[in-house]
Ligand binder design. Structure first.
Ligand code: HEM
Length: 574
């Protein structure tokens, strides 16, 4: 979730990187960097000593141990090798030559930022877009309390910095979430704070244990029937929602939150929450949960994206965050107790063929404590609601605005899935047109502005030497709308993602909605399955139109969010 690969701190969401201790003492690598041949394929032989360059950041990062974080597929494909820069050493430009506003002593560019006419904490996209206009495809910015930022709209640069930092992904941000967990009653989390806010060894301890269960296709597919069931319920609910006025109500985004919460609840909690039931009483659990979801997102947004006043005194938004966090923790703890009871029962009765749920797998995993499992459930709930629901909102808008595309998708869905037939992984695999439509939606409306990493190695970006410790930010949201990388960039053309690439080759680092590498979105497959299911069921049952002349406006609330009312009308198909 959130901007610039989850830009949850003052200027967006950032990823920092850990530094290899092995690398620190390897001076041979300095030569590689200076040759422009920055290659991380072997941490031992290729990395250089970032301590030589940036004492504060590198020293902080170097506390983390080195280990290869390569996934087996990446290793097999040699994917960790960053593309060596073709630029010769003597032609490299200095870091100081990178364009950007002149920093002032002590405050850097902070005044420039907060007084910039496009600076708007409710829409960071405008600000970053304006800087690209002003300074070009690469620029730098100094902001107090953060490493200097080097922003780029060159996908080659993004490839270089993402690949050069695969071993050490540290993300800034989520400080408020971290604080809430550190201060939890009775030290519930044992001073561990979970995947979203953690970094370094602690992040890897968790990530290495949870990523296989969460990303394994078989595990994801296990939830397809339940997600399909919830989505079918949502489709029936649309009839109810439209009963009065003939179109969905102004707060349709809230309805999408209910669908997303129901779906991620089925996975993370193994429970039907009942969010999609008709006529729920105002004090029922689903209504309370939806209230907590809204509180959580607004509180996280306020505590993370604005000045961190909560660090000095308990602000209203911090208290709101604590309250909604506690409500979800109670839910998670209850679901864990149920799962533990099921595991005990299975042990007693012996049922070797039973496929464990994701939570049961976590509970059975050596090295994961109960509180680790609790943070995982919470992070899945927190990262799995606004992301999928906003994407569905944007996809519906694009389909409504492009009736030809919608008709074509309907024809393809009709050819593959019979009405009333349960969705299977084979159906999803046969509907690459839906996959392409989602890729195209996330190209036009990426939830995060891009991807960022604190460099753990010197790299060359657009011919400039960029030292370790800098915060490299790739503005994928800008690249995604550039003619140079995507012909007819503002048009919704899902077929551009077909294997034969009818509009030309696509740079693999130009559109990266789920990020890349060892810290990429761990819920990617679950998210895709949910969104595909939604679109397939919607296209089967309805034709969607947008009953307003307004163009889609966006804002940022952790992630990109529709700011325009979702004035959809769903017309039942015969
Ligand atoms: C359209 C839907 C989604 C998009 C576009 C998206 C995008 C992202 C991005 C860009 C990141 C940051 C990756 C990085 O730091 O390099 C991320 C991280 C994460 N996402 Fe998603 N996400 C989506 C849905 C979900 C869902 C449904 C879940 C629930 C399981 C989820 C769970 C997470 C978690 C736990 C992380 C943190 C991973 C880590 O730090 O190791 N996401 N997501």
């Amino acid at each position: 979730m959130a901007s610039i690969s989850q830009a949850y701190s003052f200027l967006g969401q950032f990823h920092l990187q850990r530094v290899s201790i092995l690398a620190i003492y390897n001076t041979r690598n300095v030569r590689n960097v200076h040759d422009g041949a920055i290659d991380c394929s072997s941490s031992k032989s290729r990395m250089y000593n970032p301590m030589l360059r940036l004492p504060a950041m590198a020293a902080k990062a170097s506390r983390y141990n080195c280990r290869s974080l390569r996934t087996s597929s990446e290793a097999a494909a040699g994917a960790v090798t960053a593309k060596p820069s073709p630029v010769r050493k003597e032609s490299l430009k200095e870091f100081s030559e990178i364009p950007g506003p002149s920093p002032l002593p002590l405050v850097g560019n902070t005044l420039f930022i907060v007084t910039h006419k496009e600076f708007d904490p409710s829409n960071y996209y405008k600000f970053w877009g304006a800087l690209v206009q002003e300074y070009g495809s690469i620029f730098k910015l100094h902001n107090i309390g953060m490493p200097p930022i080097v922003g780029t709209t060159n996908p080659d640069d993004i490839e270089v910095f993402l690949k050069s930092t695969l071993e050490n992904p540290i993300r800034l941000g989520f400080d408020s979430l971290k604080s809430v967990r550190l201060r939890a009653k009775d030290n519930y989390f044992d001073k561990k704070t979970g995947l979203l806010p953690e970094n370094g060894d602690e992040w890897w301890r968790l990530r290495s244990r949870v990523q296989v269960p969460l990303l394994r296709p078989k595990n994801v597919a296990m939830y397809l029937p339940a997600v399909d069931g919830a989505t079918n319920k949502f489709m029936d609910r649309i009839d109810l929602l439209q009963a009065e006025t003939g179109q969905v109500p102004a707060d349709f985004l809230q309805e999408l939150y209910k669908w997303a919460l129901e779906c991620i609840g089925l996975v993370a909690l193994n429970r039907e929450l009942g969010c999609l039931e008709p006529n729920i009483s105002p004090d029922a659990l689903p209504v309370q949960l939806i209230r907590h979801v809204n509180d959580l997102f607004s509180a996280l947004n306020e505590t993370e994206m604005n000045f961190h006043l909560w660090k000095f005194f308990r602000t209203a938004s911090y208290t709101k965050l604590e309250t909604s966090h506690a409500a979800f923790l109670e839910l998670a703890a209850g679901a864990m107790r149920e799962a533990e009871a099921r595991l005990e029962e299975a042990k007693a009765t012996g049922d070797p063929d039973r496929q464990l749920t994701i939570m049961e797998t976590f509970l059975n995993t050596e090295g994961l404590s109960r509180s680790d499992v609790a943070t995982m459930i919470l992070d899945m709930l927190f990262a799995g609601i606004d992301t999928t629901s906003h994407t569905v909102g944007f996809a519906l808008y694009l389909l409504a605005r492009n009736p030809e595309v919608q008709r074509s998708l309907q024809r393809q869905v009709d050819a593959v899935v019979r009405r009333g037939e349960p969705l299977t992984p084979e159906h999803l695999a046969a509907l690459s047109c839906i996959v392409n439509a989602v890729k195209e939606t996330l190209r036009l409306y990426p939830l995060t502005f891009g991807n960022a990493r604190v460099l753990t190695h010197d790299v060359v970006m657009s011919g400039y030497k960029v030292p370790a410790g800098m915060l490299a930010m790739g503005f994928n949201a800008v690249i995604s709308r550039m003619e140079e990388y995507f012909p007819r960039p503002l048009e919704f053309l899902p077929e551009r993602w077909q294997r034969d690439r009818p509009y030309g080759a696509i740079h693999p680092f130009a559109s990266l909605p789920f990020s890349h590498g060892t810290r990429m979105c761990i819920g990617k497959r679950l998210a895709e399955q949910e969104i595909y299911t939604f679109l397939i069921r919607m296209l089967q049952k309805y034709t969607v139109t947008f009953e307003s002349d307004e163009e889609m406006e966006v804002k940022t609330q952790l992630v990109l969010k529709p700011a325009t009312q979702l004035a959809f009308k769903f017309h039942p198909r015969n």
